[in-house]
Design a protein around this ligand. Sequence first.
Ligand code: SAH
Length: 516
Amino acid sequence: MEYKKNDILTVTIEDIGNDGEGIGKVNGYTLFIKDAVIGDTVSCKIMKAKKNYAYARLEKIIKPSAIRTEPLCKYHRQCGGCQIQAMSYEAQLAFKQKKIRNNLVRIGGFEPEFIDGIMEPMVGMETPFYYRNKAQFPVGTDKGGKLITGFYAGRTHDIIANTDCVLGVKENKRILETVIAFMTDNHVSAYDEKTGRGLIRHILIRKGFASGEIMVCLVINYTSNAGNLKEKGGKGEGGGSKAKRKAEINAQTSMENKALKKSGGNGEYFPNQWTLVKVLSEIEGMASVSVSINTERTNVIMGKEVHTIWGKDTISDTIHVRNTSDFALTGKGITFHISPLSFYQVNPVQTEKLYSLALEYAGLTGKETVWDLYCGIGTISLFLAGKAKKVYGVEIVPQAIEDARENAKRNGIANVEFFVGRAEEILPEKYEREGIYADVIVVDPPRKGCDENCLAAMLRMKPERIVYVSCDSATLARDLKVLRDGGYEVMRVRGVDQFGQSVHVETVALLTRKAQ
Ligand code: SAH
């Protein structure tokens, strides 16, 4: 039977794809239906038909699945962020467990029975909402010209107004509403991607969960102070002469500047800046207000420059070691300073669980030399340092290594050394030229996984154990296959849910060297 665009079909969902879409079959013809959940019987409309399969749109749920749940966010279908919010959390964890397992079997070539025998249960979240410590909200205007902030609709750059994302911290709403009200009252324009004009591009908000400190960074299309005040004020500027307006701004600025100088205030990046700073500074926990200058016509959110306009340059957060049997806090913690540009894990509670597992898998006794590849700001390295003789961290971003060194100093950790560079270059170089070896290697690469030269160097170094922390189980499976073929045995695998409501999952795996 052939089907074509706009056909309406009734189907029962039997499986779920890697992006969270429901999968069902009608007369052997496969349908991929976004927002349909395993067990649902739905009617759907074919949007794109191929010979053996089609992408279809969910039209109506005829019989809801037992694992369906009422989503907290009314925008969950439009938004690109939460693909599986309509699934119960338990079912989400089961989906993620299966995703890791299937990748290890299909891509890694491991026997299903072997994987089922070693895989440990998913580490879930106690509350799978309000967990993100960082969010970046685009600013724009709606069709009527009203200033809005929210999120991009899936696969587009259309902003849907919503200040109440259920993954973020409660404070986001007040901060976003404060900024939008300020912009509206003061005729500060939103950046328009299509024209490259307008001032405010994004609002970045970060919160240190342990410290309670909050940071707001406005990403602005700022060229020069005078330019922004005179010309970049946006369409809605109107009212009063420009000269009069500038005089008002200057008077206010000099007054506010004096009041705020103590807190680090310097220049002015947009009209009536200090009015906004004042209201933001009154929000409980507010510790830092900054601007990041980004004048490029790019999808990259943050600019390279950041200027603090009020408060501190960084906020702090503490990551604690947890007991891996029940994930209770053990009391030991490492404190990190985070700037608007620092890379830092977004789910701090689950990160503690993930790192604690990585620490346990590393099996350290205090005598080991450990390499932490793809170390970012040294979070895992510093976690391991307490139980190792020496830890070497490698990271490609120089600023992150500066942060890592500072973080080591701040926490009084002396047995760590950090190198800037590609893991696949630094590791072989240090091993072959300087003879540095490793008892344990920990890797935490980006989604594309480890470079093959990095894996080859790891195999030449013959560490006793390798701990692989991964944010993409497909590349994890590919790399584990290489390590297995190189003489390592996969001993333990465990998924940690860092991103509830989304299809993403972190995995930690332990490999040990087979006796030769
Ligand atoms: N372990 C850290 C960071 C993990 S994210 C943490 O848990 O916070 C992956 C890191 O790898 C990023 O910081 C990225 O900048 C870095 N990276 C990407 N490619 C790299 C390469 N070829 N060599 C070294 N580091 C790399």
